[in-house]
Design a protein around this ligand. Structure first.
Ligand SMILES: [Zn+2]
Ligand SMILES: [Zn+2]
Length: 397
């Protein structure tokens, strides 16, 4: 069977669905209309549907005629809080909300794959689960955890799980894969610096939390430069500084918001401890107090199974007019990491960068624009991975 040829016949439908979702973006845990569209489409294909899974998520289950393995395919559904500035005729109709990470394309590609797979039900092995996940962009309490708690990875137990992300950084039609860690653990933290306020002209009578905040920002870069193994990828960024009301008032307190990104659990643990100790120590040196709080439910490192990724690469190489490449890890976080804690699998990228079509902006940009010609490749890749990994004789082939 020529899967790409079949996908080309449903390409207009995939693009239509994508544009409909793009025009009606919904934020994390508010994906009501998107979830309804997904559930209705799956039902129309004869796929068993469970709504309201893990909040606004949808689970589709397609049973094949033959015995084999269980494969789950995941798409996230949420949009981002930013105003669309992209030059497209199907611009977001919702003010201040935009599908700037391409999750609209993920939904459309997975629905495309579902259609292809449903058409081949009699040749399929065992079970394919379609996980339409809410709130990937939520951070912390993203939608993957609640879906897992609602049992999507069990009954029947998932043997392999795959997730696809569209990427504005890679060229159109290029699949990017990597075994091992591919995305970072994003640990968000807040630092509250408690000093003693007073007059700006008499700093000696105060404990200036603004000055101490500045010292802490500088010192925290020493965590990456002096306390973490230099061959381990590590990022620390302070993205927000708050404190004070007027130039001649030294306030009582100041606040810092930051994030650290790591690719392995031991560096992660060490970095968090060092951030805490450094902030507390610097504040103490100047007579102040720093309270450091890390977000509790941060996403883990996204770790792809080496063997599954290698096999997936071989499978994707068979899709005509596309390329596969090994990508570097990315220091962004991904909720898909939680599914990979439940079953081996791989999270991979599909490039959409195409200067000739004005698709040059990265994900999360207000001008992010997708080269829709690649959506068929994405749908075909998901269908192919499901067909191959459900087949128990795959290893012998
Ligand atoms: Zn994103
Ligand atoms: Zn995303």
């Amino acid at each position: 069977m020529d899967i790409l040829k079949e996908t080309v016949t449903i390409e207009p439908e995939i693009i239509r669905i994508r544009r409909e979702i793009h025009q009606n973006p919904e934020l994390a845990y508010e994906e009501e209309a998107t979830a309804k569209l997904v559930a209705d489409k799956l039902e129309a294909l004869g796929i068993e549907v469970k709504r309201k899974v893990g909040g606004t998520g949808v689970l589709g289950t397609l049973k094949g005629a033959r015995t084999g393995r269980v494969v789950a395919l995941r798409a996230d559904m949420d949009a981002l809080p930013l105003e669309e500035m992209a030059d497209v005729p199907f611009k977001s109709k919702i003010k201040g909300v935009m599908h700037a990470c391409g999750h609209d394309t993920h939904v459309a590609m997975l629905l495309g794959a579902a259609k292809l797979l449903a058409a081949h039900k009699d040749d399929l092995h065992e079970t394919i689960k379609f996980l339409f996940q809410p709130a990937e962009e939520h951070g912390g309490r993203g939608g993957a955890g609640p879906m897992i708690e609602d049992g999507v990875m069990n009954n029947p137990k998932v043997d392999y799980v795959f997730g696809l992300h569209i990427s504005g950084d890679q060229n159109s039609g290029v699949f990017g894969l990597r075994g091992g860690p591919i995305m970072a653990a994003p640990d968000t933290f807040k630092i509250r610096i408690i000093g003693k306020g007073g007059h700006g002209s008499a700093p000696h009578q105060t404990i200036d939390p603004i000055y101490i905040a500045a010292q802490i920002i500088i010192s925290l870069q020493g965590v990456s430069g002096r306390m973490i193994d230099p061959v381990q990828p590590f990022v620390i960024t302070i993205g927000a500084v708050h404190g004070g009301t007027k130039e001649n008032i030294i306030p009582d307190e100041a606040f810092l918001d930051g994030t650290i990104r790591t690719l392995d659990e031991s560096t992660r643990k060490r970095a968090k401890a060092k951030v805490e100790k450094t902030a507390e120590g610097v504040a103490r040196a100047f007579g102040a107090k720093a309270i450091v709080e890390f977000e509790k439910e941060a996403y883990p490192v996204t770790v792809n199974d080496e063997r599954v990724t290698e096999q997936a690469m071989k499978i994707l190489k068979k899709i005509p007019r596309t390329k596969t490449t090994i990508v570097k890890p990315i220091m962004g976080g991904e909720d898909f990491s939680r599914f990979l804690h439940e079953a081996p699998g791989t999270f991979y990228f599909l490039g959409t960068k195409n200067p000739a079509k004005g698709c040059t902006y990265p994900n999360h940009s207000s001008k992010f624009k997708v080269d829709e010609d690649v959506l068929k490749y994405g749908a075909a890749s998901l269908a192919l991975l499901a067909m191959n990994f459900t087949d128990p004789t795959r290893d012998a082939k």
